[in-house]
Design a protein around this ligand. Structure first.
Ligand code: ADP
Ligand code: MG
Length: 258
């Protein structure tokens, strides 16, 4: 029943805008899907290492994704288990790695090849940096679908149009989901942006909206996902609903109890 990393649900959380909720989605989807019984690997592809920090992890020198991409460390030895999840963590060393990837013109299949030996996962989530540079290209090379978190404002809508066009012009994975984050039903602008996204990209926008919720902002400072930090919060409810939609859309029913 389990897929390995060559299976279907390899999802890159991607948006070239920063601060839109990529890491929040990667952490809490990973935790929620793992809590529902899926075997989840979360890969931190951002030199800011926010996914790593959000889960209360730190990477010692010579370990983490930088060491794997630099060629010294087998991916399997870089994995860390925490709270039912498996994490390939990152550190700021990844910034130097990214320069090396660019200088050597490394093919975007390197990460996929390096992860090929790490089998047994139903879901692999990649938390991307806020640009379409060499690290994001590695994540896209390893992923089979893209999930785009966005904030519900006009400029974000413009950026989304550019991102969809740019990704559509490559032979990389398709955008399989858009998530509106920091959404309020009471704000007309948010409703209008939601309608515009649904109209332009039918079937891609998730019905679940993630509301602004302070517990989601607090959880990383406690090194915990939202389900462990504040299980009764609006953030936990919204992410539980999003996990159900993601599991359905990516064919995880049966692997995640939703
Ligand atoms: P990105 O990874 O796209 O840069 P983050 O997930 O790190 O974005 O989110 C940016 C900041 O906003 C973080 O401090 C995060 O905790 C906070 N945040 C994200 N989503 C929400 C939300 N729905 N409610 C409250 N705070 C949020
Ligand atoms: Mg981030």
């Amino acid at each position: 029943m389990a897929a390995d990393v060559s299976g279907e649900a390899r999802i890159a959380c991607l948006n070239h805008k920063g601060g839109v909720g990529k890491t929040t989605c990667a952490v809490n989807l990973a935790a929620g899907l793992a809590g529902a019984g899926a075997r989840v690997l979360a890969v931190d592809v951002d030199p800011q290492a926010h996914l790593t920090a959000s889960l209360g992890l730190a990477v010692p020198d010579g370990r983490g994704l930088a060491a794997v991409l630099d060629g010294g460390l087998p991916a399997g030895e870089a994995l860390v288990g925490i709270d039912g999840l498996t994490v390939l963590p990152a550190s700021s060393a990844l910034a130097v790695t990214e320069i090396a990837l660019s200088r050597r013109n490394t093919p975007p299949t390197l990460l996929r090849e390096l992860l090929a030996g790490c089998g047994g996962f139903d879901v692999v989530l990649f938390d991307c940096p806020p640009h379409l540079g060499p690290l994001t290209r590695q994540a896209l090379g390893a992923a089979r679908g893209v999930l785009v978190p966005m904030t519900p404002d006009y400029l974000a809508l413009q950026s989304l149009a550019w991102l969809m066009e740019t990704l559509g012009a490559t032979d990389g994975p398709a955008v399989r989901g858009i998530v509106l984050n920091r959404y309020s039903d009471r704000k007309r602008l948010h409703r209008e942006v939601g309608s515009a996204v649904a109209g332009h990209f039918p079937g891609i926008l998730f019905q679940t909206r993630i509301r602004e919720n302070v517990a989601l902002a607090e959880a990383p400072s406690h090194g915990r996902d939202i389900f462990r930090y504040a299980p009764g919060s609006a953030g936990a409810k919204d992410f539980a609903a999003l996990c159900r939609e993601v599991a359905k859309r990516f064919g995880l029913a049966g692997r995640a109890r939703t």
